[in-house]
Design a protein around this ligand. Structure first.
Ligand code: G4P
Length: 529
């Protein structure tokens, strides 16, 4: 087995979108192309439906499904493609942010009628900051929507991207005739039949050829020529290096539901998308083709069965090969661990594998050793960066409702926090525990899981916080910092990593604090060095 060849054939990516833009449908169509599933509908349940907000069993059931669909792998034209699932529901945004640390590129799906939506903005911002290569897919072209040029403008302005269309629609909605593939220089005619896997593609590199009129009609031919002229004038040509550097984002148009424009997207994707990228650790840059195995945990999933409290830790392999039964150093615990049944993921199932390569995700059974962000190596002390916590949006005190079960409660809270379900802050003043979450839904999930998995009961109490900020003093010994700690004691807490956090109760108090203590920096994420 050729190690370098294995790396070169891997593409590990995530699809991000606002809920309902078509992420699930697109995922499914990609899997169909890979021959990984036989029929549409197989990954349909891969999302937390809006109606599920207070239906615990539904949440549990969907958690189960999401284990199976956390990583979907398939082979297409000899490329091993790993799609990492990112929950679209905003209450699980933190989970999505963490998954983005494990992808090498992303595809952003946008609904042609709705344009850029809130969730897309947030997720793209994270990708932009990390310079993750992005391809944009404008979906639902079979429906009436925004003008393609207006939409490209919106993507540039709202998402701060630098786009260049690699395909362009011919008409839209009722009038949708197909797309011109700028990348491949051909026309794809839309039949509106989702069952047809291969659409009619006509090679067409000279658009002045009068054949165009015959194929799509006079009016559409004229408009297409004008549009393409405009594109050449306004947008820079596609530049692969800029795309890989996160400086340019190619755009495709299509309709996932109709399986239209998906093959073009996939064919271009496997050609241009990055192979497993090198990754920065605190100590040094680790190259994907280094022989020694390194990897990090980006997701932990609890077992659905309360009788077996083992969990599945998802490890992204950054370098080297991960082998079954070989000892690896768990850096945080300074302990060697062996894994007899590492799981690899395929379209609908997981299987024990003997060897995995950079870019792959392995699922390791865990009885409580792992935390999100943990690094595994062959002995080197490395810490992968880039799994920061963001300020939660909701904060509540958590109280023990059954004094006999205090131990279970704290163990449960501890493990749920390791999984990244929410963030725990311990107040400096009185040691009370505050749970911070991205969405209100998590409180119900925590309460339910504490009761069903740990036999503990809790209640919540409101704790008004505007934002959690991670504190970094210029000089920890300075009088200014000592005064900050004394005056703000009521608002200070320690997070799970032992970092000092300032819980500002209003935007005003945050601003006042920033002004009053200019040498104490307040960060909005936990990772700032
Ligand atoms: P998500 O994962 O991003 O949340 O979106 P999902 O794929 O579930 O798609 C949301 C809705 O949009 C679905 O309809 C889906 O069928 C539809 N859709 C996806 N792609 C296209 C497209 O290209 N054209 C059109 N017209 N519709 C599209 P739904 O009614 O909410 O769900 P379902 O009943 O079809 O499952």
């Amino acid at each position: 087995m050729n190690f370098k060849k294995e790396i070169a054939r891997r593409r590990t990516f995530g699809i991000i979108s606002h809920p309902d833009a078509g992420k699930t449908t697109l995922t499914e169509k990609l899997l169909l192309f890979g021959g990984a599933i036989q029929e549409a509908g197989a990954v349909k349940n891969n999302k937390i439906k809006k109606t599920a907000t207070s239906d615990f069993m539904e949440i549990e059931r969907q958690r189960g499904i999401s284990v199976a669909t956390s990583v979907l792998a398939f082979i297409y034209k000899d490329k091993k493609i790993n799609i990492l699932d990112t929950p679209g529901h905003k209450d699980f945004a933190e989970d999505t942010f963490r998954t983005l640390t494990a992808v090498d590129s992303v595809i952003v799906v946008i609904d042609v009628a709705k344009g850029v939506e809130e969730q897309t903005e947030k997720l793209v911002e994270v990708c932009r900051m990390r310079k993750i290569p992005m391809i944009v897919f404008i979906n639902k072209m079979d429906r009436e929507g925004k003008d393609a040029f207006d939409l490209l403008d919106e993507v540039e302005q709202k998402l701060g991207l630098s786009v260049t269309p690699l395909s362009f629609p011919i008409g839209m909605g009722y009038d949708f005739k197909g797309i011109y593939n700028i990348y491949e220089k051909n026309i794809n005619l839309f039949s509106g039949n989702s069952k047809k896997n291969i659409e009619e593609t006509i090679a067409f590199d000279d658009l002045s050829n009068p054949e165009l009129e015959k194929i799509i009609g006079n009016k559409a031919a004229e408009t297409l020529r004008e549009n393409l002229e405009l594109i050449t004038g306004v947008y820079p040509p596609f530049n692969k290096q800029e795309y890989l550097d996160g400086a340019q984002q190619p755009v495709f148009f299509g309709s996932a539901l109709n399986n239209f424009g998906v093959r073009e997207l996939l064919d271009c994707f496997i050609e241009i998308a990055p192979t497993p990228r090198d990754k920065m650790a605190e100590e040094r840059l680790v190259k994907a083709d280094e022989k020694q195995m390194t990897g990090f945990v980006f997701k932990i999933h609890a077992n659905m069965d309360p009788k077996h409290r083992d969990r599945l830790a998802f490890v992204k392999i950054v370098s080297g090969t991960f082998e079954r039964n070989k000892p690896y150093l768990h850096v945080r615990h300074n302990k060697n661990l062996k894994f007899s049944s590492p799981n690899a993921f395929f379209a609908e199932k997981k299987e024990i594998v003997d060897i995995s390569f950079p870019g792959d995700i392995v699922g390791l059974h865990d009885t409580g050793h792992f935390k999100i962000g943990d690094t595994l190596t062959e002995g080197e002390v490395l810490h992968y960066k880039g799994i920061p916590s963001f300020s939660p949006e909701h904060f509540r005190y958590i109280n023990n409702a059954d004094p006999m079960k205090a131990k279970q409660l704290y163990k449960g809270i501890d493990q749920l926090m390791d999984e990244g379900v929410a963030q725990l802050f311990t107040l400096e003043l009185n040691g009370r525990k505050v749970i911070g979450t991205v969405g209100a839904l998590q409180y119900e999930v925590i309460q339910y899981r504490l009761e069903h998995e740990y036999g503990a009961k809790c209640t919540y109490e409101n704790f008004p916080v505007y934002k959690a900020c991670w504190v970094e003093p210029k000089d920890p010994k300075s009088v200014e910092f000592q005064e900050f700690k004394r005056v703000k004691q009521k608002f200070l807490a320690i997070d799970k990593r032992g970092q000092l956090v300032f819980l500002a109760d209003s935007q005003f108090s945050l601003q006042m604090t920033q002004q009053k203590y200019p040498n104490v920096t307040l960060h909005f994420t936990s990772e700032f060095s």
